[in-house]
Design a protein. Structure first.
Length: 281
């Protein structure tokens, strides 16, 4: 499929998804949200991708929600009656949350590669990624506070488990910029790079390493790490026993062992493709 807001490149088992709306500084209009959800749900369901990179073209990674979205209030509020306005808007926000959560729900790890500004919805997006990398001069901002609203599509729910809680609250309350240096020091970023070119090369190198591992092992790690973040240790340990009993995979373990012994790259079977609507018929 072709998209108007993103480009997609696949190298073996790695997908590189790039924002391509450079004339608007990669601001997220309605079509961007729709495409983001479709892309990551499609790649996840197909089963071939083992790691994805979300990057961008242009000066900035993403400057947040396109303010043009707010100009036509009829698209935000379907009724003049306050209760019905709220009911409609609740579902709209839930849809935008689902667009971001599609990245987190993907069966493969997603690496964010950020240059320039990463603002508002862009911050929501990379907070749903597994790993965050950036250029040395990148900066990050929970900008919703500065325009009189509360961030509502994932930052408040995720950022506190990625960086120290006090810093997360400071950024949310003040709306100030977070530099790449500070983000790296506090653990929000895994690594920084001097240039955009080096950033993309570093992200690709990391993704390629991940893609050599058993996709069953990696998808299990992602799923269980996300589950454990949202549940108690006791609940997570119990869930782990059920997961392991259902997914223990001798074939991948055997292949990994023989590949190591024979000093070659392991050859793992792809995850099964998922198409519930078609498969159920």
């Amino acid at each position: 499929m072709s998209y108007s807001r993103f480009t997609i490149e696949q190298q073996d088992h790695v997908a590189i998804v790039r924002f391509s709306r450079t004339d608007k500084r990669n601001a997220m209009d309605a079509e961007t949200w729709h495409e983001l959800k479709t892309i990551f749900e499609t790649l996840s369901n197909e089963g071939a991708v083992r790691c994805a990179i979300i990057a961008s073209e242009g000066k900035h990674f993403c400057t947040g929600m396109d303010l043009a979205v707010f100009q036509d209030s009829s698209k935000l509020f379907a009724s003049e009656e306050p209760g019905r306005q709220g009911e409609y808007f609740r579902h709209l926000v839930a849809y935008l949350q689902a667009c971001i959560s599609a990245v987190e729900a993907a069966r493969f790890p997603v690496i964010a590669a950020v240059q320039g500004g990463c603002i508002g919805a862009g911050f929501d997006l990379i907070s749903a990624c597994d790993i965050r990398l950036s250029t040395d001069d990148a900066w990050f901002q929970i900008a919703e506070t500065n325009i009189g609203m509360t961030a509502d599509v994932g930052t408040l729910q995720r950022v506190g488990s990625i960086m120290p809680a006090g810093l997360a609250r400071e950024l949310c309350y003040t709306g100030r910029r977070l530099t790449a240096s500070e983000a790296r020091t506090t653990g929000y970023l895994n690594q920084t790079f001097e240039s955009h070119q080096e950033l993309l090369a570093g992200a690709l190198e990391m993704a390629q390493v991940i893609a050599t591992k058993s996709p069953m092992s990696v998808t299990g790690c992602k799923h269980l790490l996300n589950y454990s973040r949202d549940h108690s240790v006791a609940d997570s340990l119990h869930y782990q026993t059920l997961w392991q009993a259902a997914h223990f995979h001798y074939r991948d373990m055997t292949e990994a062992a023989f590949a190591a012994f024979e000093k070659r790259e392991a050859n793992f079977e792809a995850l099964p493709a998922i198409n519930p609507q078609k498969d159920f018929n």
